[in-house]
Structure formats: C-alpha cells, structure tokens
Design a protein around this ligand. Structure first.
Ligand code: NAD
Length: 273
C-alpha cells in the first residue's frame, strides 16, 4: 500500500502585495501544498474577498483575513511584508511553535538577532532572495572570488522597480557578504556604497562597491563585476517574474517540514552549501 504524500498547509502574510499574489498563484500551481490562509492589513480592501480571485487565478475558497488570529490553521507561514510586521508575526509563530519562511528584506542587525533567537525553538528559513538561480549565482560568486578576488576590483549593482523601499537590496548585501567572507573579511569593513559625485580619491584596494538603481518595473537584476587587468568577468542574474521567488518560497516551506527548529537559508534548502 502506498502512503498518501503529505500536503503542506500554507498561510501567506502580505497576501495582497506583489509577492503575496505571486505566492497565491504558485500555490494554485503546486499540488503538494494547500493554501489554507491569506492575511493582509486589517484595512485592506481585499479582506473578506477570495484570495484566488484577488490574485487572478480561480476561486480557492480561502478568504483574505485581516489578522493571523482570524486565519485558519496552517503548517508554515510565508511572510513577505515589512520588517516590523514580520517581527510581530514571528512572536505569534514563536508562541504557537509554527514554522516560518521569511522573504521580507531590510532587517536591522538587532531584528536579525531576534529572528536567530526565535529559531532556537522554531524552524525558520530566512532568505533575502528565494530564487533558485540567485542562490546558484551565490555559489558561482564564491568560486570566482576564490580565483580572482584579490586581483580584481569587485562591484555589485542591483536594479529594482521604483517602488522598492530598501537599498541596497537584501540580495546585493548577501552577495557582498559571500564575497567578503570568501576573502576572509567583513562586509562592513570593505563595502563602499554608491559612487559619490565629486569623489576624487582613488579606489581603495580590497573594497567592494555596492550601487543600487530604482527604476521602472524591473523585477530584480543583480550583476557582480570582477574587473582585473585586461579582462573582466560579469555574473548576472535577472528575475523576469515574481513566480520564481514564490516557487522557491514554497520549496523552502515544504523542505522545512522535516525540521522542528533552526535558522536556515536557501542554500540549505537546495543543499548547495
Ligand atoms: P508589497 O508592498 O507589494 O506587499 C507587502 C504587503 O504587505 C502589502 O499587501 C501590505 O498591505 C502588507 N502588509 C503591510 N503591513 C501589514 C500588516 N501589518 N499585516 C499584514 N499585511 C501587511 O511588497 P512586495 O514587493 O510584495 O515585497 C514585500 C517584501 O518582500 C519586501 O521586503 C521585499 O523586499 C521582499 N521580497 C523578497 C524576495 C525574496 O525572494 N526574499 C522577493 C521579492 C520581494
């Protein structure tokens, strides 16, 4: 007798947002998960409406609610909102032993420490970029830095839509951290943000430049330049649709079911550490 495969019950926080809608669509396309709850701000005009219809897919018989307390039970909360909102939800999940996939970006070091402390009791995936391609790119960056890192000038450029609030992107920071760690340095000691107009001093050896562009409806592009003498390597990832982040988040949620506690990232989920 074959056992029925487990269905992971998903709750989506920020259901009315750009990522929330992509997550609802991804749930409708993934047979191994079930959307059990969709939550947004209590004053959202979508509260009470069907989550599937709001996201442009079919009726899913899951109403958008205005708080987690009103939401149906779930296995994993997927949260793509704002740092302070995610922290409040972390408190809720901590008290009830619920797993979380956190896609929100822009946390302060103190907020990250709060998430790390909660992960001693709850299983959490925290990743500024849930895309499988970006996480593969992080691995390529590590390899390239090992070979070229000390001989090249390194710059990270992130391009996102004009509504994105934080800069540099969480992914650009993660890329910087991976490169700096491979060189045995800390990003805070070597990062140079943006190119200041009127800056005439020469580039500091070993610095990592990080620049952000916010324009149009760009979903998310990241390029890392390794510029040496007579040659340059560019590693670029372009996201063309939010579905790639959403599918990565669902993969993380299903993977998380085998863990009771611990803080993980997408490299753990994809087993490419
Ligand atoms: P968005 O503004 O379109 O959506 C955010 C949603 O959160 C909105 O619907 C808003 O109403 C809701 N929200 C705000 N306060 C709330 C509250 N108190 N309770 C419930 N819901 C609340 O933003 P977005 O583009 O979907 O991005 C959301 C976050 O995800 C950002 O931090 C962004 O940088 C990040 N992001 C991460 C990845 C990744 O792969 N990790 C990918 C894309 C975006």
């Amino acid at each position: 007798m074959t056992s029925k495969p487990m269905t992971t019950q998903i709750a989506i926080m920020g259901a009315a947002g750009r990522m929330g809608r992509a997550l609802i669509e991804a749930c409708s396309l993934t047979p191994s998960v079930r959307l059990s709850a969709a939550i947004d701000r209590s004053d959202s005009t979508l509260v009470g409406k069907d989550a599937g219809e709001c996201s442009g897919v079919w009726k899913m018989a899951v109403p958008v609610t205005g708080s987690l307390e009103e939401a149906a039970d779930f296995d994993v909360l997927i949260d793509f909102t704002l740092p302070e909102v995610t922290l409040a939800n972390l408190e809720f999940c901590r008290a009830r032993g619920k797993r979380m996939v956190i896609g929100t970006t822009g946390f302060t070091p103190q907020q990250r420490a709060t998430i790390t402390a909660a992960a001693e009791h709850n299983a959490i995936v925290l990743a500024p970029n849930m895309s499988v391609g970006v996480n593969l790119a992080l691995k390529l960056l590590e390899m390239t830095t090992r070979v070229l890192g000390n001989a090249a000038d390194i710059d990270i450029i992130d391009v996102h839509h004009k509504h994105k609030l934080d800069a540099p992107s969480g992914t650009a920071i993660r890329m910087g951290e991976v490169i700096a760690a491979t060189l045995g340095r800390e990003l805070k000691d070597v990062a140079v943000y943006g190119c200041q107009p009127g800056r005439h001093d020469e580039r500091k050896p070993g610095s990592i430049g990080i620049s952000s562009i916010r324009s149009g409806d760009t979903v998310g592009d990241h390029t890392v330049l390794f510029a040496g003498q007579g040659e340059r390597i560019e590693i670029t990832h372009r996201a063309t649709s939010r579905l790639n982040f959403a599918r990565g988040a669902l993969r993380a949620a299903e993977w998380l079911m085998q863990h009771e506690s611990g803080l993980f990232d997408m490299q753990d989920v994809l087993d490419i550490k």
